[in-house]
Design a binder for this molecule. Structure first.
Ligand code: SPV
Ligand code: MN
Length: 626
């Protein structure tokens, strides 16, 4: 099944105005023309808008988003709110699948027979845009004209989706025109489907997100939530991971930041964390390049990274003046911001959970009229804003934007950070012995408690290698093999660090305060420049007490007690061994797991057993050699 249509030119002519036709024809790429003709023929929109990304076109989309009610303007200039259905507030794992031929299956990945999936999708999309305008946008994932970059076309019937993409991605119509026949592009087709009286997707039961790897196309229907509908974000990630495997690079769910060290130098880090586990708040502590996605390539033996995005689709809950002053500023000053699933207050402002203001008595949220004490059908309280409520804003709005955020050559990565919500196993910060050790025992071993970023019960411990499991489109073993291989040809491989902000005591109290991560970042920065030593433990290098004491003093102006150090950085032998067992079991069920992974895990197991025999469990870090 492919995008074939008999008379491309006739279909294009008859479905759009002459001006729009000419815009499309300026891109001399027959594949593109065929594709647009095919989608038009399938979805049957009443008109087509081809966006060139010009200021007028961007303004048109903003205006239509408001006129159609997809967005509601607020009193602050540039601010709008979009509401998704109460049943469409997060990524829908159950409705998302990778289409594969026949009975092919991939461990941990929802797959579906390709023919069957396409048939179902085409029937859902058939005539779905009748009476609506179909929007076509052209974007570049990554800085334009960069060896990292990948071009993409979005087709949607939602002004909100296109408005979001105009903020989040680099417009690239001109690049399509320039490259013409040479363009190879990713394709995203989205329809919000039928809407209810609140303008929300009505047929959530028929929500489907299907990823077709051979056609490099993603289809998404009967959904509006950004993570399901904004093609270039998590849907593109499935396609770019596939390309990365074919071409030997890494397409990752990571932030990119520059951490300022002594003398104002910037050392660049990427960081992978499952959603809602401290990723954005960590990113804000550095000079921002990206908060969610990264392309990493080996360029002349160095790892370099770019952000495929140009904006932030961030979690808003808990953002307040004290904890996140930089984001708070962006969300409260005039300028283009789309809020989603927050509360609109009576005076046309927004309120979200944890904003640091008294909860309003009433307002409007994704459930319609809202008042304090409102409950759902089952009697559960409805909070003013959804825990996964978001904001969409350009990177350029941030004061801490790194000057090299759009550098076509990317930045040199000094360290990769991996973290999760782990109450009882990992220490707050540690460094692997080397690339392979880090890839296997840190990155590929992430376990994290589930959060509201995905539909389902929160709090369960989930395996989430590289914080990328939800987005994998290739066999996990092959993905890990590619990671290990990537490290082989590096002259000076980046360091790999694990962090854990969520360590708790027996009473469930956090062992660290929110700002401690500033110290961990500074420690990692010094490690990369070989300016601090470390304690060698069975799981890797752990900070020395005196270094942390100094850093706590310099960074936070606070004393750091030896007792805290011993508690936080104790090596929890039993729990670490249990973790190895769980991770081992998982990988042993994946037939493509590289042997190296088991070797590295086995070495770690032996080190832990030996240390446990010598020093007991847990082991205070001072027991180990300095
Ligand atoms: C995440 O949940 O990891 C996000 C938002 O960054 S979403 O687009 O839903 O994936
Ligand atoms: Mn994310």
């Amino acid at each position: 099944m492919n995008h074939e249509i008999d008379d491309v030119d006739y279909v294009l002519h008859s479905s759009m105005s002459y001006e729009m036709y000419q815009r499309l024809m300026r891109i001399r790429n027959h594949d593109l023309h065929k594709f647009i003709a095919w989608v038009t023929d399938l979805c049957k929109p009443s008109s087509v808008f081809i966006s060139t990304g010009s200021p007028e076109d961007l303004e048109y989309i903003r205006r239509r988003a408001i006129e159609t009610g997809e967005e509601i303007p607020l009193k602050t200039p540039g601010h709008t709110v979009h509401f998704d259905s109460p049943f469409d507030q997060a990524r829908a794992r159950e409705d998302t699948a990778i289409l594969l031929p026949g009975s092919q299956r991939l461990p941990f990945i929802r797959t579906k027979d390709r023919d069957e999936g396409l048939r179902e999708m085409f029937s859902l999309l058939s005539g779905v845009m009748k009476g609506k305008e179909m929007l076509v946008g052209f974007y570049s994932l990554g800085p334009k004209g960069s060896p990292f970059s990948i071009l993409a076309v979005q087709v949607t019937d939602s002004y909100y989706v296109m408005h979001s993409e105009n903020i989040l991605y680099r417009p690239a119509y001109d690049e399509f025109v320039r490259q013409g026949e040479r363009v190879r592009f990713l394709r995203f087709i989205h329809s919000q489907g039928e809407l209810n009286e609140m303008g929300q997707s009505r047929n959530i039961k028929q929500r489907r997100i299907y990823i077709d790897l051979p056609g490099e196309t993603v289809y998404s229907v009967n959904t509006q939530y950004g993570g399901n509908s904004i093609g270039l974000k998590k849907l593109a990630l499935r396609l770019t991971i596939k390309r990365a495997m074919e071409e030997g690079w890494l397409s990752e769910h990571m932030f990119i930041i520059g951490v300022e060290g002594p003398g104002g130098r910037a050392t660049y880090f990427t960081g992978a964390f499952p959603s809602m586990s401290g990723k954005t708040s960590t990113a804000m502590l550095g000079r921002l390049i990206g908060d969610d996605l990264a392309f990493l390539r080996n360029i002349n033996g160095e790892v370099r990274a770019v952000n495929p995005e140009a904006g932030v689709f961030g979690i808003i809950e808990g953002i307040n003046l004290i904890d996140d002053p930089l984001i708070y500023e962006v969300l409260t000053k005039p300028g283009e911001v789309i809020f989603s699933n927050v509360l609109i207050t009576e005076d046309g402002d927004v309120y979200w959970n944890g904003k640091g203001e008294p909860v309003p008595e009433r307002g409007i949220n994704y459930t319609g009229k809202w008042w304090k004490g409102k409950t759902d059908d089952k009697g559960n309280p409805i909070p003013p804003s959804h825990p996964n409520a978001r904001f969409t804003v350009s990177l350029k709005a941030f004061r801490n934007l790194d000057p090299r955020y759009d550098d076509p050559n990317g930045v040199v990565v000094g360290g990769l950070i991996f973290g999760g919500r782990d109450p009882d196993t990992w220490v707050p910060v540690f460094e692997s012995f080397n690339w392979d050790h880090g890839v296997v025992t840190i990155a590929a071993s992430i376990e994290s408690e589930r959060t509201a970023a995905v539909i389902g019960k929160t709090g369960e411990r989930e395996f989430n290698p590289m914080a990328n499991l939800d987005f994998l489109s290739v066999d996990l073993g092959i993905y890990i093999t590619n990671y290990l291989k990537f490290g082989e040809n590096l002259k000076n491989p980046p360091r790999i660090f694990g962090v854990n902000y969520f360590l708790r005591d027996e009473q469930g109290r956090f062992l660290n305060s929110k700002e401690d991560k500033r110290v961990w970042l500074q420690w990692m920065e010094r490690r990369i420049h070989n300016e601090v030593g470390a304690v060698k433990t069975p799981i890797g290098y752990v900070p020395r007490y005196e270094d942390l004491r100094r850093l706590f003093h310099n960074v936070l102006g606070r004393d750091y007690g030896l007792e805290d150090y011993n508690r936080q950085f104790a090596i929890r032998v039993g729990r670490l061994l249990n973790k190895i067992e769980r991770v081992w079991k998982i990988y042993s069920e994946v037939s493509t797991t590289p042997r190296k992974l088991f070797e590295v895990l086995e070495e770690q197991r032996q080190r832990l057993i030996e240390a446990g025999r010598l020093y007991g469990d847990p082991i205070p870090p001072l027991k180990f050699e300095y």
